[in-house]
Design a protein around this ligand. Sequence first.
Ligand SMILES: Cc1ncc(C[n+]2csc(CCOP(=O)(O)OP(=O)(O)O)c2C)c(N)n1
Ligand SMILES: [Mg+2]
Length: 782
Amino acid sequence: MTTVLDSSIHADRQLACLEALERKVLWLAVWMIHHANQIRPNRDGLKVGGHQASSASAVTLLTALYFEALRPEDRVAVKPHASPVYHAIQYLLGRQTREQLERFRAFHGAQSYPSRTKDADDVDFSTGSVGLGVAMTTFAALTREYLHLKGRVDDTTGRGRMIALAGDAEFDEGNVFEALLEGWKHDVRNLWWIIDYNRQSLDAVMPDRVFQRMDTVFRGMDWRVVTLKYGKRLERAFARPDGDLLRAWIDSCPNAQYSALAYKGGGAWRERLRRDLGESSGIRALLDEHDDADLARLMTNLGGHDLETILDAFRAAADDTPTCFIAYTIKGFGLPFAGHKDNHAGMMTAEQVAALQSSLGIEPGEEWDPFSGLAIPRDRLRDYLAAVPFAQASPRRLAAPRVAVPDRFEPPVQETMSTQQGFGRLLSDIARTHPDLAASIVTTAPDVTVSTNLGGWVNRHGVFCASDCGDPFKQERIASTQSWELSPRGQHIELGIAENNLFILLAALGLAGPLFGSRLLPIGTVYDPFIARGLDALNYACYQDARFILAATPSGLTLAPEGGAHQSIHTPLIGIGQPGLTAFEPAYVDELSEILRWSFEHLQDEQGGSVYLRLSTRPVKQQVRPIVSSLRSAILRGGYWLVPPAGDADLAIVATGAVVPEAIEAHARIADDEPGAGLLVVTSADRLEREWRASRTRRGPASHIAQLLGDLPPTGSIVTVIDGHPAALSWLGAVCGHAVTPLGVDRFGQSGDIPDLFHAYGIDAEAIAAAAVGLRTLRTRT
Ligand SMILES: Cc1ncc(C[n+]2csc(CCOP(=O)(O)OP(=O)(O)O)c2C)c(N)n1
Ligand SMILES: [Mg+2]
């Protein structure tokens, strides 16, 4: 008996502390935004922004989550616009500084949307582009499962929950459903999606029909759905005489109507209820017992604003079933624009902020004080915060030992080979000859495993599956070149055709070290043109500093018969333009071998990043040469002279990737006219360009490309050629001032064979030679 009493006293105290902290979190979020917009000096006239309404609707959910439900091994993606709430919670937990809050949305301050890389307060998953953070939790759960089943993490880490606190409009983004389906296929567990169901997006109040379907969608994927519609206060009102009428009335009230009444407040609720339900004596009694303020509090007591309701629901979801909490909330709850349809970017006036401050009992000058105005003694709150389960482990950024990379990979030898073939062979060789490295490699592809040449690797390492399923075709003794053994030991994660999922999975696998303490070296393959399909997710992965290798193949016009829908054009520009991603486009497999080895190092360097390999299916006669250290270094820095220019030469052809054979042929054709012409092979326009730009602002040796092109007199000229957009190489003219004729592809492709297509698009040997000679003629004339 005593224990029950004790525990109920404890629960009451806990609730009282939580309620106090909930108020404080709301205040700090509101104040942080207000301070950034109206108190901090504004130097450029730009609106600073911040989302007070979006923050307010998530305050109770995040308070319950962070101060009670979370364990240190759990990981959370917080909806972008609740960033101030997140930072406020971290501040109360002692993991965020006041200075950072004062600099919310300012340079080096707390970020506008939670950021793993830019924030200092332990963000698990960045958010910003709606929908991606939600999906990230699915793939983080899959990654955690992958590591757990292989014994690479302990049981505690292996069972951490991956949690998204999502805005309801995030479910308008299709990528969320792609992830939902993929997660179901992989039977992903320990996943929570908590939906802040405020029924508002940026522009408008959502139609009711949308979420009526949501239940079915989740249940169809074997999720548990917990709907938190009403809080305890409303539940008690429903239990009164005629309470069922009140419930039915709210249930049938359209979202927009409910929001409008929530905005207008107690008087409006009274008038409407009197009109619609005034004949009921129970409702009349209820109206009489509540003044306007109480009535407003009662009618807006939705599940997502009721701590007890939320905590009960979180506690009840104790097993590992993926769970979706649909928590009814009001956008702007507790603030003057609660429920107003235009409140997304709404900003409280100074008077409104002052009124809120005084209603919370916060003295002027104590706005940033963590406990000012709270009815509970500071010491009790401090003790409570010190015991918060989530805050018991620090840091939550885990260290993962480096995976040793051999000094050298033996490049596969074959007279003629495509870089795609070479890539497959290299991976198979690594599997055979470097088992320690291979153990940390995980591959994945969106239904293009076989067609991107991952088959050999998969034959050797199997496909990941939570249970042992073997290979039914093999068991039936059906001959196949593919042996797809499905088991928890498998090291390839096969995805359905959804490039968004590929990139988000790469983001999760590529953060396995810091998130789960076990480093993976992920390699994803994709058709080069379909990078664009998942480009925002790729950017998202890079923004979080996830580390992975992306092998994109096939690419370019070189894919000839496949036609224009599959021939990538501007991907080299993505390679140059995407931060966090170093792009290479090798021509030969011995180059690729060096690049791949370097990539495994780069993935693990503190200052490293991810790597994009633009590969091709075109068989190319390989160079027979030793890779001496100067050549190795040049390949990795971005290019080398295949034929150095003679001392008196004033022309060079520069080529990258699959069109190098055309450049060689053109070089031979112009030999009579230009006997000393150089032929430069570019392996990475990205690295060359980056280093060249950096060298412009630093003292020291010239950049690699400036050294290479310095072999030509400044009056000389160059012809650049790429099976992609010519702008990827045309900048080379700026390095030493050479005249440039940039050849490449700037129109949609079409079906054909290589001779026809290269001719039509002006990247064949003839076009290159003509450009070279044209340049010479031009030079002679001037
Ligand atoms: C991919 C993408 N498109 C558009 C936006 C701009 N945007 C920011 S918030 C928002 C609506 C969010 O509504 P909801 O998820 O319901 O969040 P709430 O503020 O209601 O909690 C939109 C469209 C964005 N951040 N990301
Ligand atoms: Mg919303």
